[in-house]
Design a protein around this ligand. Structure first.
Ligand code: F6R
Length: 622
């Protein structure tokens, strides 16, 4: 939520900031702005709307402006208008700030500053940070309470003093008009990375804005700040204790975050799934030797062999992957498993007895609720494992151990390849635990062999994209859809409904198919689309009954069934097929047509698929 970028180097800053903001735009896109230091004066340009709207109001780039900040916003405090857009200047005009996060005590601090005579112009929490820094900068050494240690840079000290007063989360980029060759970055709870190349520094919320310039980066930890000058950089805590950090390699390439021949990142990522799963499982499944190697959690597997209970916690699509995981751990490894929304888990005073392991799932690794659930579980003594895509992210760092998805960067706001990779990791873990718990080694062998075939089977399904587009087209004027599945395909129905809602703005509900008759069947009217997942499995006959109930009420049935099943044809107004697979592995296949359906429906309705309204890619606020 919100993307921030800062640049210091020899090049003209403005185009670099704009390019960086475009790469971060998926983090928030309701307003944008830049601040440039120009001959000792901070120049700010900002507007509501997207980066393109910002570009339209910018002045010609000036070669002497080599230091600046940029921001793309997802509004929390204050409506998305020009005044509330970042960067925010302080009341003296000497400080400019871009911020990602939420300042929880902003109202107390604002009242205190107002009593000190400071005026505010916006409704944001961020302006409080700008004014606090400005206040300490102005009052530096004016009295006992504002005495700065001898020799410390005044701007650096003012930032530290301000951050010591602040409660909440922040990723910050900060400029001072009196410091022409310097910016400061600070982090608590929101991601912040400094890219470092020859005489050039670029600070950003994520590596997507950095990779074009350098693959060498410094990942800040919470309560740390980085002071960047023309001569180099150093890191400290906000309490002024020096911290030594080393540069790490950014793991992905520019090509991975570019659209290539695809119209949208979402479509590219749907089509990347065979490759993403191959990479995710590469070196981890070994069908020849019947083994699964999960290096990241290896040290924990022995203990997990004896656990009594698993709790999976996550949000949104990752939560749906967790629900699939619940079936996998229970059916394959016979471990009692509960999946909980992280936002609920963190506040429900959870009971964590001895022998409970918690698994947190997150694509971004930055989701605030999931991170808080991890902290909560750790405080209660649980071992916490992470299943995360973004390497080095907050959840990856906070968990005891984990398995990275290695699905490559996911830019489209609607999560697709992360879901299938999350399910693949959960499946590998469940198979390995089933083997170690001696549930059934023959079954484990069969699952390992079948898992290896999943990427090719996904490629087969992707060939039906055009067919799925015609189904979406035929139903595009329907404003209510149902998604129905049973057993392990029930979470897939939830995921299909979420995908359709979030990018095409069509109301959709996902349900266990048998639950329909307990209420939702009242919704069915002539022509209402009901998407059934009716693949081969023990509940196939039961779901045929549910399909008949919809048809009897003139609903339109869109059925995802197993290839070669002719029996189902008379029940389907529209039929999509997936290759056969053991029931427990089907979610990685059955979700693909639903992703494509949502994508095509959104495009047909004329929506911006990669930037759906009101959403942002990583939800770093509560
Ligand atoms: C839906 C979607 C969201 C995320 C959720 C959790 O398409 O993308 O529901 O799944 O915000 O995000 P992560 O996985 O980053 O924790």
């Amino acid at each position: 939520m919100c993307g921030i970028v800062a640049y210091l180097g020899q090049k003209t800053a403005q185009p670099i900031l704009i390019e960086g903001l475009k790469r971060l735009e998926y983090r928030g896109y309701d307003s944008a702005g830049v601040a440039l230091l120009s001959n000792g004066v901070i120049k700010i340009k900002k507007t509501s709307g997207r980066i393109a709207a910002l570009e339209a109001i910018l002045d010609k780039p000036q070669a002497n402006e080599t230091l600046g900040l940029g921001h793309t916003r997802w509004a929390t405090h204050g409506v998305p208008n020009q005044i509330n857009a970042h960067p925010h200047a302080d009341y003296t005009g000497k400080i400019a700030v871009v911020h990602n996060g939420i300042i929880e005590n902003y109202s107390t601090l604002k009242t205190w500053l107002q009593n000190e005579g400071v005026t505010f112009v916006s409704d944001t929490d961020t302006e409080v940070i700008a004014n606090l820094i400005g206040y300490f900068y102005e009052k530096c050494d004016a009295g006992e309470r504002t005495r700065k240690p001898q020799g410390q840079n005044r701007f650096e000290w003012a930032v530290q003093r301000a951050l010591q007063e602040v409660h909440g989360t922040y990723g910050l980029g900060i400029l001072c008009a009196d410091c022409p060759d310097m910016f400061i970055g600070a982090k608590k709870g929101s991601p912040l990375i400094l890219g470092v190349s020859e005489g050039e520094y670029i600070l950003a919320s994520d590596a997507a804005a950095i990779i074009e310039h350098t693959a060498k980066a410094l990942y800040l930890s919470d309560n740390e700040m980085v002071i960047v000058t023309a001569d180099g950089f150093h890191t400290k805590t906000i309490d002024n204790i020096a911290v030594t950090k080393s540069l790490e390699n950014i793991e992905f390439s520019l090509e991975q975050i570019e659209l290539g021949s695809f119209k949208h990142h979402m479509l590219k990522e749907i089509f990347e799934q065979p490759k993403a799963l191959t990479t995710c499982m590469g070196g981890r499944i070994d069908p020849q030797n019947d083994r699964i190697h999960l290096g990241g959690v290896n040290d924990y597997l022995r203990a997990m062999t004896h656990i009594k209970r698993l709790i999976i916690t996550a949000c949104g699509t990752a939560f749906h992957a967790g629900l699939v995981g619940e079936f996998l751990f229970e059916q394959m490894a016979r471990i009692i498993t509960e999946t909980e929304y992280a936002s609920e888990f963190r506040y429900r005073n959870p009971i964590i007895e001895d022998g409970t392991t918690v698994i947190a799932i997150s694509q971004s690794g930055e989701t605030a609720d999931t991170l808080a659930a991890v902290e909560q579980a750790k405080e209660r003594g649980a071992t916490v494992l992470g299943i995360v895509n973004v390497v080095g992210s907050s959840i990856a760092r906070a968990t005891d151990a984990g398995v990275y998805l290695h699905a490559g960067p996911e830019i489209g706001v609607a999560s697709t390849k992360a879901f299938t990779a999350q399910v693949a990791v959960l499946t590998m873990l469940a198979i390995e635990l089933s083997r170690r718990r001696l549930v059934s080694s023959d079954e484990a062998t069969r699952y390992i062999k079948e898992l290896a075939k999943i990427p090719d089977k996904i490629s087969q399904i992707l060939k039906q994209s055009e067919h799925i587009r015609t189904i979406a087209q035929a139903n595009i004027n329907q404003n209510n859809w149902l998604f129905l599945g049973r057993g392990i395909n029930y979470p897939v129905a939830l995921e299909g409904a979420l995908k359709l809602k979030e990018i095409s703005y069509i109301h959709a509900e996902g349900l266990p198919a048998a639950e329909m008759k307990h209420g939702p069947i009242a919704l069915i009217v002539d022509g209402m689309p009901a998407v059934f997942i009716a693949t081969n499995g023990p509940q196939y006959d039961k779901i045929i009954g549910n399909i008949c109930e919809v048809r009897a009420r003139k609903g339109k049935t869109i059925i995802v069934a197993t290839e070669g099943n002719d029996h189902i044809k008379p029940y389907a107004d529209y039929l999509i097929t997936v290759p056969d697979a053991p029931e427990l592995l089907q979610p990685m296949l059955t979700v693909i047509p639903l992703q494509l359906m949502a994508y095509h429906a959104a495009v047909l309705r004329g929506h911006d698929v990669d930037k759906p309204r009101n959403l942002a890619k990583s939800v770093t606020v509560e």
